[in-house]
Design a protein around this ligand. Structure first.
Ligand SMILES: NC(=O)c1ccc[n+]([C@@H]2O[C@H](COP(=O)([O-])OP(=O)(O)OC[C@H]3O[C@@H](n4cnc5c(N)ncnc54)[C@H](O)[C@@H]3O)[C@@H](O)[C@H]2O)c1
Length: 457
């Protein structure tokens, strides 16, 4: 029997009525992009052509999203070989859908015919939406925006697919920062429903109106976010992932954490997701960050354990799990368990048995507390937006409504008490958001804030 931690008072495994959760999740998605104060955009406005810079994973997926609704796209990359690789991948994706009987060959051909390509930036001149999807590197993106600025039409809006870089720094590379906006798609971009739209300081309401319109056109759930590091979804993910790593360092195994999160209703545990995405992503950036870390808080380097064993995820047959050749079924691997136990020993952390309640509480509290901070700082406009982000972009169970509805249903008073105790005991990462404490103290719910519609400037 695992011990219930002393700081835990809430009944975290009690879930809302699935009908309530599902209805909330749908309403939150509907209300996300519902701005009253935007300039009118003619009802029939739609882009005549979309230009995409960077024909990689995201650029290709975004191109398909537009071609799928009949909008012509031009895909630009550095060299003919880069462009061809991008087009080949798109063709393979359409072929795959045809082979599985999900798409008619003629429709696939028509869609593919809408996607042209070039290794010259001048090809973007006819586009009224230019979307950048090159590597996640601020200097590179700024350079690419200088080039886009030179060739894009005067009334084009210029979008960046950055996962979390400063939109103002990117916009500042152009002579028209009012036309620049963040459009953060999720992978695969032709499938995933979520689109975070990030206005910079100088982004004009007209630019925002067009970005929201294109989101609607391609069938996305479009959620506005303030321009803060990692925006809404990935900022919350950082806290959530950190807690899963801490749990593993303290005694859980990745398969335990994933199983408990899947029992809760998540589409997939974070360790399985990581194996799919690849564990070697942004390794250099992560190593660099280690050099400037503040010393007053706990960090986890657990992510380097599999990487240093050459386990990069599904693509190498092993990551947080192992995979039989040709299979994508994750299997717990005793070889990794040994390395994880060794890692805890190195840190001087005695491993203990950790139960479902603690796993769910720490992961969900991390999401809820960060969500409350994002509301406090105006990065998220309303709690429903956070719920829409988590349900559509991060596999959060729609039947639970979203992390903020979950918190309302469990009870903010108990959650605020628990997080305060966690903060007293473990410090920095658990500093409770004043908004959470205030709602708890006044007997209100996050849901009471769902009438607020605007993102703070
Ligand atoms: N992969 C994801 O899951 C994901 C999710 C959301 C957002 N993003 C963001 O999307 C962006 C692209 O990511 P990706 O995974 O598609 O990367 P990728 O490596 O698959 O593709 C990047 C492409 O950009 C091209 N490129 C590089 N420099 C260029 C230049 N100067 N001019 C034209 N093309 C250039 C490369 O040749 C490559 O084809 C990044 O900002 C990333 O953070 C990625």
């Amino acid at each position: 029997m695992s011990v219930r931690p002393a700081w835990l008072s809430a009944d975290v495994l009690r879930l809302p009525d699935p009908a309530v959760g599902t209805e909330h999740a749908l309403a939150a998605q509907e209300a996300a992009a519902d701005f009253e104060a935007l300039p009118p955009l003619h009802e029939s406005w739609r882009p005549r052509k979309v230009g995409i810079v960077g024909a990689g994973t995201m650029g290709g997926g975004i191109a398909m999203a537009f071609a799928n609704v009949g909008v012509p796209v031009v895909l630009v990359d550095r060299t003919k070989a880069d462009v061809e690789r991008g087009i080949d991948r798109i063709r393979a994706n359409y072929n795959h859908s045809v082979l599985r009987g999900r798409l008619d060959q003629t429709v696939a051909d028509e869609r593919l015919a809408l996607i042209s390509s070039s290794d010259q930036m001048e090809a973007l001149a006819q586009a009224d939406i230019v979307l950048e999807a090159v590597y996640e590197d601020l200097d590179l993106k700024r350079q690419v925006f200088v080039e886009i600025d030179q060739v894009a039409a005067a009334d084009a809006i210029l979008c960046t697919n950055t996962s979390g870089l400063d939109i103002d720094r990117i916009a500042g590379a152009t002579g028209r920062p009012d036309a620049v906006i963040g459009t953060h798609f999720f992978s695969p971009a032709n499938v995933m429903k979520l689109l975070e739209v990030i206005s910079g300081k100088l982004t004009s309401p007209g630019t925002l109106a067009k970005a929201l319109r294109i989101g609607k056109l391609i069938g996305k759930v479009t959620v506005p976010s303030g321009n803060a590091p990692s925006f809404i979804g990935n900022a919350m993910l950082a806290d959530y992932r950190r807690e899963t790593h801490f749990l593993v360092e303290e005694g859980a195994f990745p398969s335990d954490v994933d199983a408990r999160l899947e029992d809760f209703g998540f589409a997939m545990g974070l360790y399985k997701v990581a194996d799919m995405a690849g564990l070697d992503v942004a390794l250099d950036a992560r190593r660099k960050e280690m050099l400037t870390r503040p010393r007053d808080r706990r960090y986890s380097d657990l992510g380097f354990v599999p990487v240093e064993m050459g386990r990069f995820g599904q693509k190498t047959g092993a990551g947080w799990y192992r995979y039989e050749p040709g299979s994508r079924t994750p299997i717990r691997d005793p070889e990794l368990d040994v390395a994880l136990i060794e890692h805890s020993k190195r840190l001087g952390i005695p491993r203990r048995e950790i139960g479902a309640e603690e796993i769910v509480a720490r992961c969900l509290y991390a999401l809820v507390n960060r969500g409350a901070w994002l509301l406090e700082k105006g990065v998220a406009a309303k709690p429903g937006d956070i719920d829409a982000v988590y349900v559509t972009g991060y596999g959060f169970p729609a039947a639970v409504g979203g992390p903020m509805l979950w918190a309302d249903e469990v009870g903010l008073a108990a959650i605020a008490d628990d997080i305060t105790r966690l903060h007293d005991q473990f410090g920095y990462w658990w500093e409770p958001a004043p908004l959470l404490l205030d709602l708890a103290a006044t007997g209100r719910r996050f849901g009471d804030l769902n009438t607020r519609m605007e993102v703070a400037p």
